[in-house]
Design a protein around this ligand. Structure first.
Ligand code: NOJ
Length: 527
């Protein structure tokens, strides 16, 4: 699965913003890369206060991305190329411009029009409770200081949280699912899947050592919603699937979303945030496999997405024994980007060899690093403002892709475009365009091509199980049947490949005597 962050993928009409026309023009690239499906981040009508995760009309396409006709053409063309298409569903909140929220504001306190959101009274100048916005600051905004009415937003103030205890919310989302399924989308990525249900009476935060029994994350009642959605999806003849974005405390808690009558898969963020250390990776792999096996669901593996610092830049740092997610976690640490590239190459061979599904994020196949020095005045992520400029936010992994040429916009926008890309591309990306890398057999892009081809063709890869094999210290070595082995050298010295194995693919050339250098992975024929 390949994540398309639509704003930054390809600009068809020259306004500096990626769009459906641009995506359509690059579908052949994606099919040729060897992915099976794409997930498109929100393309709906939206004031774009959080990259489209603030939806004002779930049944309309944002004009800057195109029209409903473009969306239908994209679905048809993708399907013709053998690509399935998932779109984003954002059920935790709407935009504050959504007609429901506008009606709620206009209706005033006490009106049932407010029941679809979470309006509460504060005390004096204080909000109703101590919940915090994920982007910084309180999770409440006051709409009527005289009477002290506030509304809840776990994200930006422009993203009021829906009240899933109100029946009309569930009915509307069922209708939205059917609307897009009927148009031919193959599935949904479910945004903030762990957040929809809040504890009744919205109690204040309390200590949650294990992250369980939290007042607004991972509430047990949320699973009823997914059972209902699953039955909607199962009502279609052609498969329709869900993938959950659920940041929960343990793999077991994640697996609860994947019970047979709930969602199909979930992003494995423990893998994304794991440091490049053999024991930590192995622990994540084991815990993931065990938890998913218990519910009969396929695990997934993910190294990057539009919410996390790019893989090359995470792995360029000395690896501390703690999870790393955002640019703010990295900035203090010195970076060696060559090491970051080597590790990213090895990491994707590890990812693609593991049992289950794999999620790729646009640009990782080009080895793009995080853009760490975006000028403050171009940053759009609400995190930057809401953190009081302490956290630079997620724009650095959302810079428009470089396709061709030697200077910005690097083919992202067509010739003669009226505007520059919405975030500036580093001039050094001239060496990282699709065009530049496609011609180089040793490039990251060529590695992705080869790995995805092999993954498709090799009977051991994809779904299944793995068996750990004895390995040198600080290495990961496992077998998949029939006849496949993956050895990843995470140590700081070279290791020899096991006797009697053939090399199917390696993340960099082998040294003398079949040595696997540090930060290198090899796919082996162990038949
Ligand atoms: C998760 C999305 O991936 C992220 O980009 C967004 O800001 C939040 N959910 C809120 O919708």
């Amino acid at each position: 699965m390949y994540e398309v962050y639509i704003r930054s993928f390809c600009d068809g009409d020259g306004d500096g913003v990626g769009d459906i026309a641009g995506l359509r023009s690059r579908l052949a690239y994606l099919a040729d890369l060897g992915v099976d499906a794409i997930w498109i981040t929100p393309w709906y009508e939206s004031p774009m206060r959080d990259g489209g995760y603030d939806i004002s009309d779930h049944r309309a396409i944002a004009p800057e991305f195109g029209t409903m006709g473009d969306a239908e053409a994209l679905l048809a063309e993708a399907h013709r190329l053998g690509l399935r298409v998932l779109v984003d569903l954002v059920p935790n909140h709407t935009s504050d411009r959504h007609p429901w929220f506008q009606e709620a504001l206009a209706a005033g306190p006490g009106s049932s029009d407010r029941d679809r959101y979470l309006f509460r009274r504060g005390t004096g100048d204080a909000p109703p409770n101590d919940w915090e916005s994920q982007f910084g600051g309180p999770a409440w905004t006051c709409v009527d200081s005289a009477e002290g009415w506030w509304y809840l937003h776990l994200f930006a103030p422009e993203q009021p949280d829906l009240n899933w205890a109100d029946a009309s919310v569930g009915d509307e989302f069922e209708a939205i699912l059917r609307y897009w399924f009927d148009l031919g989308v193959d599935g949904f990525r479910v945004d903030v899947a762990h957040g929809l249900v809040k504890e009744q009476d919205l109690p204040g935060l309390r200590p949650h050592g294990d992250g369980i029994d939290h007042p607004h994350w991972d509430r047990p009642e949320v699973h009823d919603i997914y059972r209902r959605w699953r039955s909607v999806a199962d009502g279609y003849v052609e498969p329709r699937v869900f993938v959950a974005e659920a940041w929960v405390s343990t793999p077991d808690r994640l697996a609860r979303y994947l019970r047979p009558d709930e969602l199909h898969t979930a992003f494995n963020f423990d893998f994304l945030t794991a440091p490049w250390l053999a024991p930590r990776l192995r622990a994540v792999i084991d815990a993931t496999l065990a938890a998913h096996a218990a519910v009969g669901a396929a695990p997934t593996w993910v190294l990057a997405c539009h919410d996390a610092a790019r893989t090359v830049s995470r792995l360029a740092r000395e690896q501390a024994d703690a999870p790393v997610r955002s640019l703010a976690d990295l900035l203090e640490r010195p970076a060696d980007f060559e090491v970051g590239q080597l590790r990213a190459r090895a990491a994707v061979l590890l990812l693609l060899a593991l049992p289950g599904g794999a999620y790729l994020y646009q640009g990782e196949e080009l080895g793009l690093p995080e853009v760490e020095d975006l000028p403050p005045d171009v940053r759009r992520d609400p995190t930057w403002e809401r953190s009081g400029h302490r956290d630079p936010g997620r724009d650095g992994c959302r810079v428009p892709l470089p396709w061709s040429g030697t200077q910005p916009p690097f083919g992202f926008s067509p010739e003669g475009a009226s505007k520059l890309p919405w975030l500036p591309q580093p001039p050094a990306w001239a060496d990282r365009t699709v065009e530049a890398l496609a011609g180089d057999p040793d490039s990251m892009l060529s590695l992705y091509h080869r790995a995805l081809r092999l993954r498709r063709d090799h009977p051991a890869l994809g779904d299944g199980t793995l068996r750990w094999l004895p390995s040198p210290p600080e290495c990961l070595f496992f077998a998949r049947d029939p006849g496949f082995g993956c050895l990843v050298n995470i140590s700081s010295y070279p290791v020899s490949l096991p006797e009697g194995t053939g090399v199917l693919l390696a993340s960099q050339s082998l040294g003398p005597d079949r040595q696997l250098a540090r930060d290198t992975a090899a796919w082996l024929d162990v038949a």
